[in-house]
Ligand binder design. Structure first.
Ligand code: GLN
Length: 388
């Protein structure tokens, strides 16, 4: 009996679940999967409880409850000056992951080419493949992980349908500059492409770096679907509430696919997320400030353990090169790491088509409590990380 379809068989299982299971099994410090170990604002949780007890327990409208769509529109206006019609230009999704799925299934036909930044978040690969699309990766190369505009231009062909962008970028921590984004915009306009941009780390940027939404560049609103969620910025990764914004036709395509995926997203959580956006607007900035300190703690601790990280400009993640330690690749290193040091990390090669570009890279999360990070790097510094 054939127990799974070729569609799912051809996609490797998600490395995040694999590595979190490894951490649980071994009791290792989990610096792998990116989720915080402290929840978001209590007032938002109280709002969810109120909604649960107040009868918000049947299907929400597929497009999302009005209060959340309005709050998303206000958020886009407040932060970026974007005027978004909450009735036609916002759709609520079950996390940004469903936004990615809806956008790819709603916008890509079999054989269409999708230009995607590499390393890519693993669900991009899965969803491009499920949509029947063809990946055209543009590699952000270590150690700087900047966008190579010539490589971007070279990746576009007459079959290109869309560009799948991610800034701030997981796993590299790169925040695309206005100039880099302008280059993406120029290519998209020249070739009449749609851009789907995952901006889920929009508020988690450090130092002088600034997140620029692609949709704010001239000529880009009309061809851009922007994705975000409450998960990262308000520390509710398990709630799985996100949103897509953009022009009516493109958001309509996301909704057309979404109705057959989840139909609607969780009713009681939507008013609570609206509360987060409207009444806890300063929470993400405070989180970013604390994350910056934890970034510095992790980067310094990794250095003490002989691992040099490129200092991330945004997100939850830092990347190190492990090639000097003698391991065949980052996956072998990460699978051995619980036994070697009692720590779990993520092998970045899971996010590359170009094996050589990612083989030697390992991603470490710093969205954990300072004591957890301290214990993780203490263990790394005490261990012999070289392959024996
Ligand atoms: N976005 C988080 C990460 O990159 C978690 C992803 C997941 O588990 N699907 O680690």
């Amino acid at each position: 009996m054939q127990t799974s379809s070729a569609r799912v068989r051809s996609i490797p299982p998600t490395v995040f679940s694999e590595m979190s299971a490894l951490a649980l099994r071994t009791g290792a410090v989990n610096l792998g999967q990116g989720f915080p170990d402290v929840d978001g604002p209590p007032s938002v949780i109280a709002e969810a409880v109120r909604a649960l007890e107040g009868g918000a327990n049947q299907y929400a409208p597929g497009i999302g409850v009005p209060s959340l769509r309005q709050a998303v529109a206000r958020h886009q206006q407040r932060h970026y000056g974007l005027e978004v019609d909450p009735d036609t230009e916002v759709v609520v999704t079950t996390g940004c992951t469903e936004g990615i799925a809806g956008a790819l299934l709603g916008l890509v036909d079999p054989g269409d080419e999708v230009v995607v930044l590499e390393p890519y978040y693993d669900s991009y690969l899965a969803m491009i493949q499920m949509a029947g699309g063809v990946r055209r990766p543009v590699t952000l190369r270590a150690p700087d992980f900047r966008l190579d505009v010539d490589a971007l231009r070279a990746a576009v062909t007459p079959r290109t349908r869309l560009v799948l962008l991610n800034t701030p970028h997981n796993p590299t921590g790169t925040v695309l500059t206005r100039d880099e984004l302008q280059a993406v915009a120029d290519v998209a306009i020249e070739h009449d492409l749609v851009v789907v941009t995952d901006e889920v780390y929009e508020h988690l940027v450090f130092d002088h770096h600034e997140h620029v939404p692609l949709a704010t560049l001239p000529g880009m609103w009309e061809r851009t679907v922007t994705l975000s969620s409450v998960g990262k910025s308000w520390s509710f990764t398990g709630w799985k509430v996100g949103w897509a914004t953009g022009p009516r036709e493109l958001v309509g395509a996301v909704l057309a696919a979404k109705q057959w995926l989840t139909f609607t997203s969780g009713s009681p959580l939507q008013p609570a997320v609206a509360h987060a956006l409207d009444h806890e607007p300063d929470w993400p900035a405070a989180l970013a400030k604390s994350l910056q300190e934890r970034r510095d703690l992790l980067v310094a601790g990794l250095a003490d353990a002989g691992l040099t990280a490129r200092v991330p400009e945004g997100t939850y993640f830092a990347t190190t090169d492990i090639s000097h330690l003698g391991w065949a690749d980052g996956r072998e290193f990460c699978l051995a790491l619980p036994a070697v040091a009692g720590v779990v990390a993520i092998p970045s090669q899971a996010f590359y088509d170009d094996e050589e570009a990612g083989r030697h890279l390992v991603r470490w999360a710093f969205c954990k409590e300072p004591d957890v990070i301290r214990e993780g790097v203490r263990r790394l510094a005490a261990a012999d990380l070289s392959r024996r």
